[in-house]
Write a protein that binds this ligand. Structure first.
Ligand SMILES: [Zn+2]
Length: 256
């Protein structure tokens, strides 16, 4: 997915419009917050993958994670789960966590409230039937979220999970640049955004050609860099076993 790299697009634009004091105010609105990182003493980075499952990307990433004994949270699209049901089984069998990314990749914020809510309800139910597990987390496509879609997510017994670091794997940049972006000034509890697939027309969107990315290799390089700094990768669920979710207001319609 192509996402804004800024966790505060709305805050930034609203802040420019209404004065600089608004941005910290919105960020402090944790009662309407989304999870953006984990507060933890453990040296872990939360690995998250969106837009899969994908025959190439997911398979390569699962191999890379296994080699580094890392776990991750996969935010899946039902359009893709239906096409590749065995890949969902592979993710679960390897001990990773599943979250919802959507029935397809359309922005919830572009849909009427009732439609967005029905999609969330149906996506959660279908994924719970397929996995036999409770689905707790929702990653909105593009990180696009309004108060209405935040409310729809929360009242569907889901919780929005955003990120505070990206791998730039939706951009046509070098692997070296992606690794540098993902691993600069690493802090325990960081939630890292990556992708095991690339949403396309079959997922309800047209976001242009897929960038060239060796996704398995990128995961390996990032985990090696973290390892050199004493950090390991794990799922959100695993990070929260000895940590606390940090929530911030995240409201944006933008995409990057
Ligand atoms: Zn996405």
């Amino acid at each position: 997915m192509q996402t804004t790299d800024s966790p505060s697009g709305f805050a930034a634009s609203a802040g420019r419009a209404a004065g600089r004091s608004l941005k910290p105010l919105i960020r402090r609105c944790t009662f309407v917050g989304s999870i953006v990182r984990v507060s933890t003493e453990r040296p872990v980075i939360v690995l998250t993958y969106d837009d899969g499952p994908d025959p190439l990307g997911t398979t390569a990433i699962l191999e890379a994670l296994e080699a580094k004994r890392a776990s991750a949270t996969f935010f899946v699209l039902l359009t893709r789960v239906r096409r590749h049901p065995r890949l969902l089984d592979d993710i679960l069998a390897a001990g990773h966590e599943i979250g919802l990314h959507g029935l397809d990749h359309q922005r919830l914020s572009s849909l009427p409230y009732g439609t967005a809510k029905a999609r969330l309800r149906d996506g959660k139910a279908e994924l719970e039937d397929l996995t036999g597990q409770l689905i707790r987390w929702m990653r909105p496509p593009y990180g696009a979220q309004t108060f209405a879609t935040w409310h729809a997510i929360r009242t569907t017994n889901l919780e929005p999970v955003m990120w505070n670091r990206t791998t730039w794997d939706s951009r046509n940049v070098s692997q070296q640049e992606r690794v540098a972006m993902a691993t600069q000034r690493p802090i325990s509890g960081t939630i890292l955004l990556a992708h095991d697939g690339f949403a396309g027309e079959a997922d309800g969107v047209g976001d242009g050609p897929e960038p060239t990315v060796d996704r398995g290799r990128l995961t390996t390089l990032i985990l090696e860099e973290f390892q050199a700094r004493g950090l390991s990768g794990c799922s959100l669920e695993a990070a929260l076993e000895q940590g606390t979710a940090v929530r911030e207001g995240w409201f944006t319609r933008k995409e990057g």
